[in-house]
Ligand binder design. Structure first.
Ligand code: NAP
Length: 291
């Protein structure tokens, strides 16, 4: 079994980005600049945003973090987005999800300038991605494709099963795997909570991408020998061997499947770090096209 090391790969990508930032600056350009809006005090969101800001610093980007109260009105949030849309010094903008219930997420995403939408969630970016046209590709699916690419995993003509159809992971990655690209050109089946016989479907997968958010959902009875598993899930479960009292696990029972598969992403250290690297890559792309 080969471990698909997202941490190592993401560090390589960050080093490549840092070199590109140097050459941008040396040729008279400005540093790429990512702005993030964080609404409220959700612990997980706070951790994710802090990690993104830290990663910006590491590769030499400028970053701006706008913090808004949990009670902020939708109009005020839209005003903040418009300010950033109109700020020529900022190249990329992300609004950390989820948002409080009183705010309409779709309306917020639609307000972000398509050319600064480095999360790739705007319907125009999703549409362009679907049509294989230039676009920002959502960071987690982009990270999965990049990992498959860098580990030279053949996807053409393979059976790929994706579990989960969220707009940020399952749906876009199923589109990317089906596109006429490399990696891509797979025969894709997308399953979700209404699907029947998920085990039988998974057993046919050469590549199994799991993104449903249920700890250890996939076990060895559901996977074909020699398949490649991409585990997107991140769930905190109680642990009496860690200081914090919890640990992170994926949607796949790693210990149960590890001797049956040919490739697998660990959790943590697999898809998670790749997501941040691809957000940086999208921001660099935004900065270069604005330069
Ligand atoms: P989500 O929005 O909750 O979507 C979950 C999807 O799984 C839905 O499509 C749902 O089906 C499907 N599902 C739920 N229970 C199922 C079942 N028993 N059988 C089959 N399908 C089922 O989740 P998400 O945002 O995509 O996130 C999924 C996981 O990935 C979470 O653990 C999240 O923390 C993690 N994640 C990790 C990263 C990273 O960077 N590593 C990034 C994003 C998310 P319906 O559509 O029918 O409800």
């Amino acid at each position: 079994m080969i471990l698909l090391d997202g941490k190592k790969t993401s560090n390589e990508i960050k080093d490549e980005i840092a070199l590109e930032v140097d050459s941008l600056i040396n040729s008279g350009g400005k540093k790429p600049h990512l702005a993030a809006i964080l609404v409220g005090n959700n612990g997980a969101s706070e951790t994710y945003v802090n990690a993104k800001v830290k990663a910006c610093n590491k590769v030499g980007f400028d970053s701006t973090l706008v913090r808004l109260e949990d009670s902020v009105s939708e109009d005020k949030l839209i005003d903040e987005i418009k300010k950033i849309n109109n700020n020529n010094l900022i190249d990329g903008l992300i609004v950390q999800l989820p948002l409080p219930n009183h705010i309409n997420e779709k309306k917020i995403i639609n307000t972000i300038d398509v050319l600064k939408d480095v999360d790739g969630f705007h319907p125009i970016n999703i549409g362009n991605m679907t049509l294989n046209l230039p676009s920002f590709i959502p960071a987690t699916p982009a990270g999965i494709i990049e990992l498959l690419d860098r580990y030279k995993i053949d996807t053409e003509g393979k059976n790929c099963v994706v579990i989960g159809r969220s707009h940020i992971v399952g749906l876009p990655v199923s589109i990317l795997m089906a596109r006429n690209n490399n990696p891509g050109n797979a025969t894709v089946t997308l399953v979700h909570s209404r699907s029947k016989n998920i085990k039988d479907v998974c057993l046919k997968a050469d590549i199994l991408i799991v993104a449903l958010g249920k700890a250890n959902f996939v076990n060895s009875s559901m996977v074909k020998a020699g398949c490649c598993i991409i585990d997107v899930g991140i769930t905190r479960i109680p642990s009496d061997i860690t200081k914090s009292g919890w640990k992170l696990v994926g949607d796949v029972d790693f210990n149960d499947v590890k001797d049956k598969v040919s490739y697998i992403t660990p959790v943590p250290g697999g898809v998670g770090p790749m997501t941040i690297a691809m957000l940086l890559k999208n921001t660099l792309l935004a900065a270069k096209s604005r330069n």
